[in-house]
Design a protein around this ligand. Structure first.
Ligand SMILES: C[S@@+](CC[C@H](N)C(=O)[O-])C[C@H]1O[C@@H](n2cnc3c(N)ncnc32)[C@H](O)[C@@H]1O
Length: 437
């Protein structure tokens, strides 16, 4: 089925029926006769009409989600809760189930619009208000696993919380919403651009530094213990979408990739100054590329002729290594490895997680979202054994393992289908959470 398009005004009659727009019906062709499932939209006050075949496809995907994971279970229940099947009558009218119509506040004037493979139904006035809203799409796309983070942080209204990775402030602003008047939130970000997003709230303090100095900077504010720490690691979409920062392979920009613009090491320096062995090691460790050796050789050969300065210089230099049809995937891994080296991400995370153990108060929560297997392993280690190496310490008398944390997630929580649809960055996200004993 081609993407459904068009906006149509319809009237809802006294029995709650509306005439399905002829033009939209033509776009649906034979599928129309099979009927629809009508459901709530979880993000907006509107309804979604799924042609039956689309609903079946979605259901198949939903049935693959592991419902032992709380976030998946809650999502499926909320998503499928109100779903009802509807069929057009002989005159081509569809009946809006009353409960769903009430949910979306649909009155007599209805807006029906094609939206990819589904149809949205809005109260006309609410739809107009929605269009006039000042929506920050980037901000929406940042809030990876937002509800799960807030749930796992188990925010105490008067507690002290830390957001290690402020970025666009999406997670921070939701933490503030759950905090009471006496609560406090300290947020770190080493990128000076993040200061533009600082939240104007007396309970909020932005610490514009690397989270590897967590303990020291908290001490500056007289804080020695906190009730919860959240980290949403990696790069923000603000950084990614700014061509000049050199994080993205979408732009032909200078290879920079520094989150802290004052730091000396850039991707350009790594590519032109590291030895072949150093390059090979970083590509093997961070990008898990079995051709790391060949890749480094090509870089060293290319830079002997001309310094590697831009994204396209790098792409040209390593072209013989890039698998056909998998260009973007391969390059994304090369870029990620460079970024991790430039920002010393693994070292910073190790230092920070180690300090989290001391900084968290008893019953304090640690919630980490990671996007790379090394980050995920470090988070798992700290939560399971209290150290980033994952070494279990036994108590001297009974030889039992001494635990620092109670695990709240035995397996990492991953985003639901809906979230991945609006935010491709969420695809590789893994959330782990634990409570300090
Ligand atoms: C994925 S984004 C966070 C997005 C944020 N959760 C939101 O809702 O907008 C990661 C942010 O953490 C920052 N960051 C990454 N590593 C850091 C570190 N070691 N110290 C301080 N900030 C860091 C980056 O500059 C980036 O802005």
């Amino acid at each position: 089925m081609a993407s459904l398009i068009g906006e149509y005004d319809c009237k809802v009659d006294a029995k709650g029926r509306f005439m399905f727009p002829i033009d939209l019906r033509k776009q649906l062709e034979a599928v129309f006769e099979k009927g629809f499932v009508i459901n709530r939209n979880l993000h907006q006050k509107c309804l979604v009409l799924y042609p039956m075949n689309e609903w079946e496809k979605l259901n198949k995907k939903l049935s693959k989600l592991n419902r032992l994971i709380k976030a998946n279970d809650v999502f499926v229940r909320r998503f499928t809760g109100g779903a009802t099947d509807v069929q057009a009558d002989q005159s081509g009218r569809l009946l809006l189930p009353k409960a769903l119509g009430d949910y979306a506040d649909i009155k007599a004037d209805l807006k029906v619009l094609g939206s990819n493979n589904v149809i949205e139904l809005w109260d006309k006035k609410l739809y107009e208000d929605f269009l006039n809203q000042d929506v920050d799409i980037e901000q929406l796309a940042q809030d990876v696993l937002l509800q799960a983070c807030i749930d796992y942080l188990n925010i105490q209204p008067n507690g002290v919380y830390v957001d290690l990775t402020f970025g666009g402030g999406g997670h921070s602003s939701h933490i503030l919403k759950s905090l009471g008047e006496k609560g406090k939130l300290f947020a770190f970000d080493q990128d000076e651009d993040a200061q533009k997003n600082a939240l104007k709230d007396p309970r909020f303090t932005l610490i514009p530094h690397n989270f590897r100095y967590l303990k020291n900077y908290l001490r500056v504010y007289g804080i020695t213990k906190v009730n919860g720490i959240l980290g949403d690691l990696g790069v923000s979409s603000h950084q990614f979408d700014d061509a000049d920062r050199g994080f993205s392979l979408r732009f032909d920009a200078e290879l920079d990739m520094r989150m802290n613009k004052k730091s000396e090491l850039s991707a350009k320096t790594v590519l032109n100054a590291y030895t072949e062995e150093q390059l090979s090691k970083l590509f093997r460790e961070y990008a898990d590329l079995n051709q790391a050796y060949k890749l480094s050789k090509l870089i060293v050969k290319a830079r002997a002729e001309k310094e590697i300065v831009t994204t396209s210089d790098l792409k040209t230099a390593i072209a013989p290594c890039i698998p056909r049809f998998e260009e973007n995937k391969y390059l994304a891994r090369v870029f990620q490895a460079l970024r991790m080296e430039v920002n010393q991400e693994v070292e910073a995370l190790k230092e920070c997680l180690t300090q989290c153990v001391d900084v968290l108060d008893t019953n304090g929560r640690l919630v980490i979202i990671s996007y790379h297997s090394i980050e995920d392993r470090l988070s798992k280690n700290i939560m399971r054994s209290g150290n980033v190496e994952g070494v279990e310490h036994k108590d001297l008398i009974y030889g039992r393992g001494t635990k620092v944390f109670k695990l709240l997630t035995s397996k990492p929580v991953v985003p639901g289908e809906e979230e991945i649809k609006i935010n491709t960055r969420a695809r590789s996200a893994k959330l782990r959470a634990a409570e300090k004993i």
